[in-house]
Design a protein around this ligand. Structure first.
Ligand code: PXP
Length: 257
């Protein structure tokens, strides 16, 4: 299955990280979300972490009430996060693993090992009309578990691929990680799961993932917010969009050739 339009979800967590470095209200993640919408984002992603290190509860309130784009709320599988999600009813909730000491989301959710723990959260989110997504490593057993949990969406963790690329962009690990992503995306399609991907993507790496035809959405944050320091958020998002669209079009061309 090839989807021509590849959606871009802009993750605004690190606008809040910069704001929180000083306290106060600047820079405002809601303003960033509005700007992202104007620049061509298809959705906004925000991770309400248990330690509230970036996005706050007030940010979620304000995002829900002030943006027109679909909100993808990233949460850990906890009762507190479930009740926040059910109260706000975002378009989607992406369940992610969370460790307090980690700098960012390291590795995917162990859906295969956590079916019993995850099932009530998936069921309750779906019952509230929220589209459930599971952030998993690109492994067949994790996809099979997502299917067993009834999640309609999976988001493949692209961190290992991006890290391998940073180490040595021509090296065998990059090719191996890309193959894992391609195989996982194909497996997701075969299972009837909508496939998203994200984590660590940059201008240099986005094209490889965008070229995978069965991936329908990329969620990108840190690089865009970092790049915004140099060229502005609008321009960073537009450039990312162009690179995604080019890779998608080239990928489609290669498949039909
Ligand atoms: N998708 C998920 C599920 C994430 O947890 C994150 C990071 O919060 C991202 C995408 C975006 O990753 P990055 O900020 O590295 O672009």
């Amino acid at each position: 299955m090839t989807t021509q339009h590849l959606r871009l979800g802009v993750n605004i967590d690190h606008v809040a990280t910069i704001r929180n470095a000083r306290g106060g209200g600047h820079p405002d993640p809601v303003r960033a979300a509005r700007l992202a919408a104007a620049a061509g984002a298809d959705g906004i992603t925000a991770h309400l972490r248990e330690d509230r290190r970036h996005i706050s509860d007030t940010d979620i309130d304000r995002l829900v009430n002030n943006i027109d784009l679909p909100l993808n709320l990233e949460i850990a599988a906890t009762d507190e996060m479930l009740s926040i999600a059910v109260r706000h009813k975002p378009h989607a909730a992406c369940i992610v693993p969370e460790k307090r000491q980690e700098v960012t989301t390291e590795g995917g959710l162990d859906a295969a090992g956590g079916i019993v723990l995850l099932r009530p959260y998936c069921t309750a989110l779906a019952a509230a009309g929220i589209r459930v997504s599971l952030f998993i490593d690109p492994e067949a057993r994790q996809l099979d578990a997502a299917k067993a949990l009834g999640a309609p969406v999976v988001e493949l963790h692209t961190g290992a691929f991006c890290e391998a690329f940073l180490e040595d962009r021509e090296g065998p690990p990059v090719k191996a990680e890309l193959k894992r992503l391609e195989a996982a995306a194909a497996h997701a399609a075969a299972l009837g799961l909508e496939c998203h991907a994200g984590h660590g993507l940059t201008y240099d790496t986005v094209g490889f993932v965008a070229a995978i035809g069965s991936v329908v959405e990329l969620n990108i944050g840190h690089f865009l917010v970092g790049e915004a320091i140099f060229c502005g958020l609008d321009s960073a998002i537009k450039r990312m969009r162009v690179l995604m669209d080019q890779a998608r079009a080239d990928g489609a061309g290669a498949r039909s050739a």
